[in-house]
Design a protein around this ligand. Sequence first.
Ligand SMILES: C[S@@+](CC[C@H](N)C(=O)[O-])C[C@H]1O[C@@H](n2cnc3c(N)ncnc32)[C@H](O)[C@@H]1O
Length: 299
Amino acid sequence: MLRESFDYVDYLEMKRSVDDDSLNKEVWDAMATWMNSQQKNRASLRILEIGAGIGTMIERLLDHELLCLCEYTAVELESGFRDVAMQRLRHWAHDHACDFQQINSSTWLLSGKQSKITVHWIQGDALQIANQTLPDSFDLIIGHAVIDLLPVPACMPNLLARLTREGACYFSLNYAGETLFLPAVPGDIQIFEAYNNDMDKRFPTLDWQPSQTGNMLGPWLEKQGHCVLAEGASNWELQAKPALTTNLFIANILDTIETALATLPGLTEWLTIRRQQLQDSQLTFRASNRDCFSLITKD
Ligand SMILES: C[S@@+](CC[C@H](N)C(=O)[O-])C[C@H]1O[C@@H](n2cnc3c(N)ncnc32)[C@H](O)[C@@H]1O
């Protein structure tokens, strides 16, 4: 369950363009090349997206004309996000001379001149859904800005087992352990460390550090029999400026730190300084993330 103090739908809307600027192009292109070749060879590409939020990855793939004939299953925990995603896709279809049909509340069909995309929206826990799905159900699994929230060694083998023999994974915006605000102020080191430690407390019994997901995921996938075709940085770097979106986005990150570290000594003073710098457009925010695209290599 989300525990943020700000409007999460607004945050995900803003995050769409921040992520567009940050995504690793080489990794994206590797996925795009693979998707194009797959869609030439088969009737329909079956995609599973976990933690789909408000559907911005579907829009991104549509914008890049990467979805032609496709069955897209989007799984998202939050119940309110389905209708937001549906409205967004309806608008996308309208703006792109595409037909949008609501087959039922959770199944939507987008048809263009050369495309037919069925979106199946499932509200629920992706980890449970994996148990209810047959092996070989999907050609591609996508996880964008969500893998670092998951107990990877515990849940991922089961998810990967849903892939076909030649299946692929695109996992993007995986946090890689560095959060930085500039200029430096007292308390930074303790707060950034505590922030990572808070993430790493999530799965105490697992040999996995969520705060290092971006760094650990590629080697871990290789051990599962995947070949990592492309891997690289998708860092966020935002400069505070009197543009509402950027500042609101950074404000949300500060709120996230406040919620996560509520009882940490010195946090209130640190946040006061950072919020003032934000208001004065004197703040830079950086976070390290990594993307990867992998293919199954096992027999
Ligand atoms: C940081 S948001 C990213 C959302 C979306 N991928 C995007 O980038 O706009 C993470 C999302 O994953 C969802 N989520 C987290 N754990 C999940 C799970 N086990 N199953 C399904 N969704 C999950 C959250 O509800 C949230 O919407």
